[in-house]
Design a protein around this ligand. Structure first.
Ligand SMILES: [Zn+2]
Ligand SMILES: [Zn+2]
Length: 259
């Protein structure tokens, strides 16, 4: 069996606090994840680096992003470039399908963020072609303080003919793996098959309290605003911090990965 966290934000999200290398280092050292997806807000800027570095950290990365549809946030996975924001959910899903990808409804009904309603998800599932693409729904989202223990959302998800997914929606390293999905196999391809078969099993992580999430997030968010993010020089080095401007000026790949 494998474990996947398919909703992780990096420094390429305005509210993300970690570099790609730091996310991979944390995932490999402190979680049991085999597969992860970097899903920044309407951006795939970090994906090439993630795909390049993942084997060094013994992980597999699925290219993706979190798209801001007018109906709410939706994860697009297995795509090679982002889909435009601001389209309807149906249009977004169909465009993801044209690019060979799959969609997961992110944090349905969550308060405080643009979230899909169950009515909207059901209306798209009525289209047979769209239903083959919008295959998953987050039955558990570890990142949202107000919704991650929402049993009503999980119960509602159980009524939907979709794969039930657990994701972290991590914006800081300690949240990675706080939600995950169990699937048969270990690879990204196995995970894709599990999503299409509706066989993923959502899992909660350590169950960090909302307070501890906020306590972890606030200083990292302040550091991010000051221009510093979590960073890792190479898999054999410890996690640390680096200047965002320095990482960006190095280009998409840090020096150590050029060999
Ligand atoms: Zn979201
Ligand atoms: Zn998110």
């Amino acid at each position: 069996m494998g474990f996947a966290d398919l909703h992780i934000h990096s420094m390429y999200s305005y509210d993300g606090t970690a570099s790609i290398s730091a996310i991979l280092k944390y995932a490999t050292d402190f979680t049991r994840l085999n597969v992860l997806a970097i899903t920044d807000h309407d951006s795939m800027q970090g994906v090439p680096e993630a795909l390049d570095l993942a084997p060094k950290y013994n992980l597999e990365v699925i290219p993706g992003c979190e798209i801001s549809s007018i109906d709410g946030h939706v994860l697009a996975l297995f795509i090679d470039r982002p889909i435009s924001a601001g389209l309807s959910l149906f249009e977004t899903v169909m465009r993801v399908g044209e690019r060979g990808g799959l969609c997961i409804a992110a944090h349905p009904m969550a308060k405080g963020v643009d979230s899909l309603s169950f009515e909207m998800i059901r209306s798209v599932l009525h289209h047979p072609e769209a239903a083959k693409i919008l295959v998953g729904v987050e039955a558990f989202n570890g990142g949202l303080v107000y919704t991650r223990r929402n049993q009503a959302v999980a119960d509602e998800c159980q009524q939907l003919p979709m794969s039930h997914v657990g994701n972290s929606d991590a914006h800081i390293l300690p949240m990675i793996g706080e939600g995950s999905s169990l699937f048969i196999g270990h690879s990204a391809l196995d995970l894709r098959r599990a999503l299409e078969n509706y066989s993923t099993i959502p899992l909660q992580g350590k169950g960090l309290s909302g307070t501890s999430v906020l306590i972890s997030y606030i200083p990292r968010f302040v550091l991010r605003k000051l221009g510093w993010v979590s960073w890792n020089a190479s898999p054999d080095k410890k996690l640390g911090y680096a200047r965002l401007s320095h990482i960006l000026s190095e280009g998409s790949l840090p020096q150590f990965s050029q060999s």
